[in-house]
Design a protein around this ligand. Structure first.
Ligand code: UDP
Length: 244
């Protein structure tokens, strides 16, 4: 890593430049934060698990025609990616009501939504990542109307692919967050990561609400067995991939 420069350090990842200006190296950390970094901790082994899982899921999505920034995984907690300009919007898609949707609408936890719900949040820590309307998003010029439509279409496609894949793993994909970026040609690529940090994943073999949680909610809610839940998700993803 001698000729690599740290470009950015976030809550869960560090981004380095490489000798190729179009390629970046992402280093996944074990650090965990929640509630806009008010809660901090470490999930041992998380960096490697999230890196491996993102690698597997990006490969599955690429094979189904979704363009992603993923290039390869040169080390257990490192991923090489295409350099993109990140769209400062967190795209959340939900199949089942949980988290902020329940808090803000009163929908009971676990309500199965008739159609997937796509929501846009402003990626801005100072403002606490607020929920955006389409008009606010356009007002702030965070994306063009065409890009917005494309973000929604790609997100729904990704949701369909991953919902089916996780179901094969015995896991319900409740909701998840995606980030996108524009490459040098202005093409939208799926970026960032897809992992138990960014998805709500419920074990289909468990009915007890506390026991079935396999994602960062175990950390957010101090439910314990965070590492083993992350590990279990990865094992099932890898198993399902070799069988499929
Ligand atoms: N999420 C994320 N990063 C964020 C906010 C949310 O990865 O900064 C994920 C979260 O893990 C969940 C989904 O997006 O899978 C929806 O999160 P929600 O809006 O319910 O917010 P929360 O209650 O988790 O803060």
């Amino acid at each position: 890593m001698a000729d690599m420069q740290k470009l950015y350090e976030g809550k869960a990842k560090i981004i380095y430049s490489t000798e190729d200006p179009e390629i970046l190296l992402t280093h996944f950390k074990d650090d965990a934060t929640a509630f806009n970094a008010l809660k901090r901790g470490t999930i041992i082994g998380k960096g490697e698990i999230n890196c491996r899982m993102s690698t597997e899921l990006f490969q599955i999505l690429e094979a189904k025609g979704i363009p992603t920034h993923w290039i390869d995984q040169p080390a257990p907690n490192q991923m090489r990616v295409r350099r993109v300009k990140i769209v400062p919007v967190e795209v959340v898609v939900r199949n089942i009501a949980a988290g902020s949707l329940c808090k803000q609408t009163g929908l009971p936890l676990g309500t199965v939504l008739k159609h997937p719900l796509v929501e846009f949040f402003y990626k801005n820590d100072e403002l606490g990542d607020p929920l955006l309307t389409r008009d606010r998003l356009l007002l702030l010029e965070l994306a063009t109307p065409e890009q917005l439509d494309q973000l929604k279409t790609m997100t729904l496609q990704i949701n369909e692919i991953l919902t089916e894949f996780f179901h094969q793993c015995g896991i319900t994909l409740v909701d998840f967050k995606l980030e996108f970026g524009l490459d040098v040609n202005g093409k939208l690529l799926l970026a960032d990561e897809i992992s138990p940090d960014t998805c709500r994943l419920w074990d289909e073999g468990e009915t007890d609400q506390t026991k079935r949680i396999m994602d960062k909610d175990r950390f957010r809610q101090d439910l314990g067995q965070v590492e083993s839940a992350y590990q279990k998700v990865l094992e099932r993803v890898l198993n399902s991939k070799t069988q499929g």
